[in-house]
Design a protein around this ligand. Structure first.
Ligand SMILES: *Cc1c(COP(=O)(O)O)cnc(C)c1O
Length: 408
């Protein structure tokens, strides 16, 4: 199949001017040049406060409303159902805490999963301290929840179901349409953290029957520090912050106009090229999985083989410790990650890998490679070559069977 979206631009330089093959798009992405161009006027001359009534302010207001429409169009929502936030974390916090506070008289039970991002998990932990009860659904070895488990977990006092669309570590896609159908039947509000999915797979909030959906711009070539929460019309929600009347009084603070403009442009670009991008990412993903499993003895794919984010590869390398491999790959010019960006650096193995049944050792020996727009098939070949080299050095040393001895 045709393999190019972006020509020749695959080997980027990092800030030190070293060659780098960036394979960590689930952590963040480079800002698209056209997105930056669109943002620049709002960082420079067009600085008016969007709440001001003179025309200089109204221009900023108009830019925000244009972006709101772009975001709404991308997920088949109404413009009035999109609220801008400071990022994905705020959108998740707001959805969970905002619904909990608004509906607590109706009930104090919430259903989520054990593999959510910490923005969701820690919001739930906070609510537990305030007297809410949370059910954490388990997942199977591929990282999927069971619809049967969900049905059983629902109680008369369940006010919210929060289940992610796509997992950020292992890429597994959850059965969102099925969950949406059940939630609607039972009259329970349904939130999904779609932060990994937006810009990678098509999303239609009407079809999926979701009530709230979190978005973050820096995961699809937009700027960092801006996100959005889709809130279906008629859904009650408490504000997180008290202040002015921005975002219809639901999210106070002067809008980050340039970032909001950037997010609108980025989601528009992503949506236009979505089908081709999806194909290209699946191609790189499947090639990488095939070649790695063929080349590295005892390597095993983490996550679902088919229902999986297009650009996500997560592999357990039996006997090669992830942190050491990341550093070796870094020296060889690759930016890769173990688990999520937020969790790496902590000695605890990933909660997601533990939830899919990996042993402590296997979880510590897993790496995530996530592809993006600037990658091509040569990057996959280079990666496989590098992994083979690391493996051969360690199998010669006989250190491959002890997960913790690499790099000693
Ligand atoms: C990145 C990410 C977040 C956090 O978004 P930020 O904009 O970085 O705050 C939340 N959930 C998932 C699934 C993510 O991948």
């Amino acid at each position: 199949m045709e393999e190019h979206i972006i020509e020749e631009d695959n080997i980027k330089n990092d800030i030190l001017g070293k060659k780098m093959i960036y394979l960590d798009h689930a952590a963040t992405t480079a800002i698209n040049k056209d997105v930056l161009k669109e943002m620049m006027p709002y960082l420079m001359n067009q600085y008016g406060n969007p709440s001001s009534i003179y025309s200089f302010g109204r221009k900023s207001r108009k830019a925000i409303e244009n972006s709101r429409q772009q975001v709404a169009t991308a997920i088949n929502a109404k413009k009035s159902e999109i609220y801008f936030t400071s990022g994905g974390t705020e959108a998740d916090n707001w959805a969970i805490k905002g619904i909990a506070q608004y509906y607590k008289k109706k009930g104090k039970h919430i259903i989520t999963t054990s593999i959510e991002h910490h923005a969701v998990l820690n919001s739930c932990k906070r609510l537990e301290k305030e007297g809410f009860e949370i059910s954490y659904l388990p997942v199977d070895n591929d990282g999927k929840i069971s619809i049967e488990d969900l049905r059983k977990a629902i109680r008369s006092d369940t006010i919210l179901i929060s289940i992610m669309m796509a997992n950020n570590e292992i890429g597994t896609l959850e059965p969102i349409a099925e969950i949406g159908k059940i939630a609607r039947e039972r009259n329970i509000i349904f939130h999904t953290d779609a932060i990994q999915a937006v810009g990678s797979i098509p999303i239609d909030v009407e079809e999926l029957q979701v009530d709230l959906l979190s978005i973050s711009a820096h995961k699809f070539y937009g700027p960092k520090g801006v996100g959005a929460l889709y809130i279906k019309k008629g859904t009650g929600i408490k504000a997180l912050m008290d202040g002015g009347e921005q975002e219809k009084g639901k999210r106070a603070s002067t809008e980050n106009v340039s970032a909001i403009v950037g997010m609108g442009k980025a989601i528009e670009i992503a949506n236009k090229g979505l089908i081709q991008y999806q194909k290209q990412m699946c191609y790189l993903r499947d090639k990488a999985i095939e070649e790695i499993l063929k080349s590295i003895p005892n390597a095993k794919l983490n996550g679902h083989a088919v229902d999986r984010l297009p650009g996500n590869v997560n592999i357990a390398f039996n006997g090669m410790e992830a942190e050491a491999m990341i550093l070796k790959l870094d020296k060889m010019g690759f930016a890769v990650s173990s688990g999520s960006a937020c969790a790496s650096g902590s000695p605890e193995p990933s909660h997601v890998l533990k939830a899919i049944g990996l042993s402590h050792e296997m979880a510590q020996c897993s790496l995530r490679f996530t592809f993006g727009a600037e990658n091509n098939i040569r990057d996959v070949e280079e990666l496989v070559k590098a992994l083979k080299k690391i493996y051969s050095v360690h199998s010669e040393r006989g250190t491959v069977h002890s997960c913790f001895s690499v790099g000693n």
